[in-house]
Design a protein around this ligand. Structure first.
Ligand code: ZN
Length: 386
């Protein structure tokens, strides 16, 4: 994530703070300072920082539960609107998704109970309005904030945890895509209701409602997408005879190759057939303006961090493409040999085929790139130096 600062790593997950969050803290601090002085400003900043620390703990509830099911999370980023955990994928089994969704709010419940117990606060006397009262102790306000966070996140609307929990519950009885559509519709209905209530004096509620309404829609879309791709593997969509370039090839040679073929992605391999990186048509065209003809491919290619296996679910590639800037990724077989590439375009084509013919089966086997001789075309390109 650009514009974010890493502040540490817990259990393999990097915690990042987006600069907008720091800006947000700063603006709140200044605003409170101008109204109520320096003490109130520090109090406000401390309160917000602690609430967001609780949000990070909430996210770690999801992250650690997902890890229990073998799903990793690369990082979690703190934005002014909350925390966003980069969970690799959602578990496929409904009960697992249910547990992952509920683990976050459960953390808030635990914090709430722990703090109120420590303060020996009688729960019956607890008033949510106290959160706005500066006479209330910081600890009690944090407890109340956690209660609100839990209730808010349990709203049965996407993309709230409650919406995911509802979808998981439904998916135990009906097909997942149907469950998602129902949960998304309930979420959108709830968002409309919230917007309506917000109309009578709470503009923030209208904003939140609009956010939920749109997020629920896009979640339903993703689910339909998932329905198409969920039983496909990388092998079904991969380019198993990718065009090759050598790291020492020049831009001129690569452009000549582009002009003479339909290849959009190139795997960059050295003479010993070690994969060095990937370069795509778009990357080549972009660097054309700023580099001279003799620039070598090795200085332009990307070295994607992620690597996929032929047997990986296609969704895994989708998730990586959604979250990063990679145009293509390398694919390996079980022996760790590179067997091809997977690109955004290749996935798009696969989805088009499956949309036209949902029952379509791909019968494909990978071809070992290592056993691939350099093709005649490669030789031609190599000899086309001006
Ligand atoms: Zn959550």
């Amino acid at each position: 994530m650009r514009w974010s600062i890493s502040i540490g790593k817990i259990a393999g997950t990097t915690i990042r703070i987006h600069v907008t969050f720091l800006l947000f803290l700063f603006i709140i601090g200044i605003a409170v300072f101008r109204q109520n002085g320096v003490e109130a400003a520090w109090d406000a900043v401390a309160f917000i920082t602690l609430v967001f620390a609780c949000i990070v703990l909430h996210e770690f509830g999801h992250i650690l539960m997902a890890r229990l099911f073998g799903i990793k999370t690369r990082d979690v980023t703190l934005f002014p609107i909350g925390g966003v955990a980069n969970i690799e994928r959602m578990p496929d089994k409904p009960y697992q998704e249910l547990l992952v969704a509920l683990a976050g709010p459960l953390v808030n419940l635990c914090i709430f109970l722990a703090v109120t117990l420590a303060l020996s606060q009688n729960l019956r006397d607890l008033d949510i309005e106290k959160i706005n009262d500066s006479a209330t102790s910081l600890a009690l306000r944090i407890a109340v904030a956690n209660l609100i966070l839990m209730i808010f996140n349990l709203l049965p609307a996407f993309p709230m945890d409650g919406g995911r929990a509802l979808r998981a519950l439904l998916a135990m009885w009906i097909a997942k895509s149907k469950a998602t559509k129902i949960a998304a519709t309930i979420g959108q209905g709830l968002a409309l209701l919230m917007g309506f209530i917000g109309f009578f004096g709470n503009p923030t509620l209208i904003l939140i409602a609009a956010f939920i309404f749109m997020a629920a829609g896009s979640e339903a879309e993703t689910a339909i997408f998932h329905d198409i791709t969920h039983d496909l593997t990388i092998r079904d969509a991969m380019i198993d005879t990718p065009a090759q370039l050598s790291p020492r090839d020049t831009i001129r040679m690569a452009i000549d190759r582009l002009q003479g073929s339909t290849d959009n992605e190139f795997i960059v391999m050295d003479k010993a057939h070690h994969e060095m990186g990937i370069i795509t048509r778009d990357m080549l065209l972009l660097s054309l303006a700023s580099h001279n003809d003799e620039t070598q491919i090795s200085s332009l290619m990307s070295r994607p961090e992620s690597m996929l296996y032929e047997n990986d679910p296609l969704d895994k590639a989708l998730t990586i493409f959604e979250r990063g800037n990679d145009q293509a990724l390398m694919v390996k077989d079980m022996n760790n040999d590179i067997t091809g590439l997977i690109s955004r375009a290749a996935i798009a084509q696969t989805i088009l085929i499956k949309t036209a013919r949902p029952d379509w089966k791909f019968y494909r086997g990978g071809i070992l790139a290592k056993s691939l001789p350099r093709t005649n075309r490669d030789q031609q390109a190599a000899s086309s130096l001006p």
